[in-house]
Ligand binder design. Sequence first.
Ligand code: AHR
Length: 496
Amino acid sequence: MHQAKLTLDPAFTIAPVRRRTFGTFVEHLGRCVYTGIYEPGHPAADEDGFRRDVLDLTRELGVSVVRYPGGNFVSGYRWEDGIGPVSQRPRRLDLAWHSTETNEVGVDEFVRWCRKAGVEPMMAVNLGTRGIAEALDLLEYCNHPSGTALSDLRVAGGSKEPHGIRMWCLGNELDGPWQTGHKTAHEYGRLAAETARAMRTIDPALELVACGSSGSGMPTFGAWEATVLEETYDVVDYISCHAYYQEHDGDLGSFLACSTDMEYFIRSVVATADSVGARLKSRKRIDVSFDEWNIWYQTRNRDAEPLTDWPVAPRLLEDQYHLADAVAFGGLLITLLRNSDRVTAACLAQLVNVIAPIMTEPGGRVWRQSTFHPFAQASRHASGDVLRVEPVTPSYETKAYGEVPVMDAVATHGEDGTTVFAVNRSADRPVSLEIDARALGGVRVVEATTLTDPDVYARNTADEPDRITPRANPDVEADPLRVLLPPVSWNVIRLA
Ligand code: AHR
């Protein structure tokens, strides 16, 4: 058995818990929109064609903000195709995912869905095939109250109130050669700056996100952020990070520690942003919007048959997540929370069917993947401030990251109590975690759950939807306060 320890002291805070840490992403990709959030004719569909079962699980997941409509999709998207009478909307080729886009769902439907789900919409503009003019048109259409051609078009379409979208992404992954309209950092930085400046003329209070790197392994990583921020520093609020992880060649130890890369990624981007700020003699601080993160088995997708036709809503990126994925995912959530001083928004990519916590069958059932649970528990129980807990833990050697801690943890503390979120990455040994909570007075554990399974590759399916689900952890001792974390597990310990 491993021994580990952490300390809870409300005097040592990192930052407030940011609700936007619990964002997700809906892209016109595969079955995320069609037969995901939207499926008229489904027995659970509401009057607008939205699946009520998916809406229910979105609420249960505790989603705060949803990015839309892409992703790679946005870099070829004409937003006007998605407004007006549905029967008159054009069908278009979607080059990003080699699909046919029917445009049955557009910006107004998406915002209507957001209101029903109780989430904030986050919009991305197309800076791949398009530019400043189209971004301004979309902003005016969405946010101007009325009395102009574009805002009146929205009103005529049934959305009397402006959509009031605060957070806008200036394009998507334009550092990536796969992106339609891929650019150099300088080309993108200039375009993003001028688009941001013009958008702020319509509404100076917008929160704007410049594209950072599509991963810390990109050849341009670091230089990209520096160049883009030199151009955009005064007119944007965030630089984005995107990262996906997977288990390679059965190397479970490295995979469970993949948050090591996320930590490095965040620290490097923050350092780069701050160094640009210093060079520009600016007191302004740029935050990180980690607006795509997840486990994604990209190598499996690469091996799939190439698409030769242009299907509507094909099955793409429908990864089935197992227990080990959920534990690696939990480590990523811990990392996002621990960096709440600078990561003030994040989007799990994506919400339904496409590398998603929620899965649906067309015309049929809905179920929670293993990764649903860490997200839902963290969103539900993280409140108040994030605490610096200084874990003391044994380490193990990994191929990808060298020595890494066996256990990783973070805690939050607020009026509702204190919650510890912890992962045990050991494949074969439990961790006996001692929690020093003396600074909190006489608290005790009011609930301890663990997400684990004897088979780290066990998954939830439509037929067995609760194989991987949080269960009460019976191994809790009161004095000293100690909780046993099973091998390969995600754990939530609530104290009050
Ligand atoms: O989330 C899937 C894809 O991953 C997104 O479309 C793109 O931005 C990223 O490469």
